[in-house]
Ligand binder design. Structure first.
Ligand code: PMP
Length: 401
């Protein structure tokens, strides 16, 4: 039997995977009852399963063949209409249909990051984005986030300390994963100015923007600066229809289209045809708007239930964000629990029957130990209350003063 090391490429040492996805796999293997605050997806009862099944069953010629790399024309048409209604009109030559938002992120970093290039990410950031950048050898630096999103005014000093301009600034501007906060209009404008100053790409990863349940819409980068060549927008149907579909899209400068197509042709040829047809049918049937208004109403109820339960349980010993949409709350222990270590809390919590993602999963350097991400999308209000009771037991086990 051959036993010498396998001839791995050097770049595999930059592959660090995603703690979020590993948690999801761990949860799938658990046999006991767990309240799943760790999962960034709607609960099964909020997925439009019957309508999707019906759309899937419809016959459509060529459905099982290869498709155009840039995506099915009919789906691109639906994406254009959706973008228009979201206030960011665009054109077909800017759109590439992808296998979920993750493939859009992979393409962005593949196109713009050489080993050693500086990529700025948010602190906390969406780990799957930062690990994708790291996979291309990026040098990562983190800029703080407050209740108004990325602290854009902290960027010039951060970049000066780095000694090199950024190639990419990676942001989840709306209902951020993991904090739930939204970048203000003023900061979006300022970020565009800074990106121009450095010639850096803004990777605008916005899967949650259509899931607003309260407050005023904040215009997207491509609405503030239509067609801006330094904005690379990554979108997905995962959160607005269903994550298992694995359909998303990129909206980026038309000059990038040939490169994006070449990258895809060297990767996976085209996005799954049956699924593209299914999403086209679903969106074209006009059911998305009704589906979204029903689900966002329920997400709001769930968010309120979770905040109320956390307030009752932890009071002044935890600070909790108050998102206007999306799936996530960010909790930071303070006061009596100021020394809580959310990583140490993870396993006791699983035993108690509740799952969350520890804060360090969203940092590039192990920070945010006192924080954790909670998704309210996966459970109804009563179940959320039960989950928070279990969370309290786990917190008391490892952090009782
Ligand atoms: N970006 C962010 C901020 C996300 O939260 C997610 C999904 N958790 C993605 C990208 C990836 O989306 P998809 O599941 O469509 O690949």
């Amino acid at each position: 039997m051959y036993s010498a090391p396998l001839p791995l490429a050097g770049r595999t040492s930059d592959l660090s995977g995603s703690i979020i996805d590993s948690c999801a796999s761990l949860l799938a293997r658990q046999q006991h009852d767990i309240v799943r605050f760790a999962v960034g997806a709607p609960s099964d009862d909020l997925l439009p399963v019957d309508m999707l099944d019906e759309c899937y069953a419809r016959p459509s010629a060529g459905k099982y063949g290869y498709g155009a790399t840039e995506g099915e024309a009919a789906l691109v048409e639906q994406i254009l209409a959706l973008s228009e209604s979201a206030g960011t009109p665009t054109s077909a030559d800017r759109i590439l249909v992808t296998t979920g938002g993750m493939q859009g992120l992979d393409l962005a970093f593949r196109l713009f990051v050489d080993p050693g290039d500086l990529v700025i990410v948010e602190g906390p950031t969406y780990t799957n984005g930062s690990v994708t950048a790291r996979g291309y050898g990026a040098r990562l630096m983190q800029v703080p986030v407050d209740e108004d999103g990325m602290v854009v005014d902290a960027l010039p000093d951060l970049v000066a300390s780095a000694g090199q301009p950024p190639k990419v600034i990676y942001t989840v501007p709306t209902f951020q994963n993991p904090s739930g906060v939204t970048l203000t209009l003023e900061r979006r404008r300022r970020l565009l100015e800074l990106a121009e100053q450095w010639g850096a790409m803004i990777v605008d990863d916005d899967p949650y923007g259509m899931l607003r349940f309260t407050g005023e819409e904040v215009p997207g980068f491509l609405s503030i600066a239509p067609g801006h060549p330094l904005v690379f927008s990554v979108r997905t149907f995962s959160k607005i229809i269903a994550p298992g579909l694995r359909i998303g899209w990129v909206d980026a400068d038309a000059r990038l289209q040939p490169l994006l197509i070449s990258a895809r042709q060297a990767m996976d040829t085209c996005t799954s045809m049956p699924t593209q047809r299914l999403v086209t049918q679903f969106v074209a049937s006009g059911q998305l708007a009704a589906h979204l208004s029903r689900t966002t109403g329920l997400f709001r109820e769930r968010k309120d239930a979770m905040r109320a339960a956390l307030e009752r349980t932890f009071g002044a010993d935890a600070r909790v964000t108050d998102p206007e949409g999306g799936f996530f709350l960010w909790l930071t222990f303070t006061g009596r629990y100021a020394h809580a270590d959310t990583e140490a809390m993870f396993e006791p919590a699983i035993r108690e029957g509740v799952a969350f993602i520890p804060g360090p999963a969203f940092s590039i350097d192990g920070s945010f130990r006192q924080s954790l991400r909670l998704s309210y999308a996966t459970s109804g209000p009563e179940r959320i209350e039960e989950g928070v009771r279990r969370l309290q037991r786990a917190v008391d086990l490892v952090a009782a003063p």
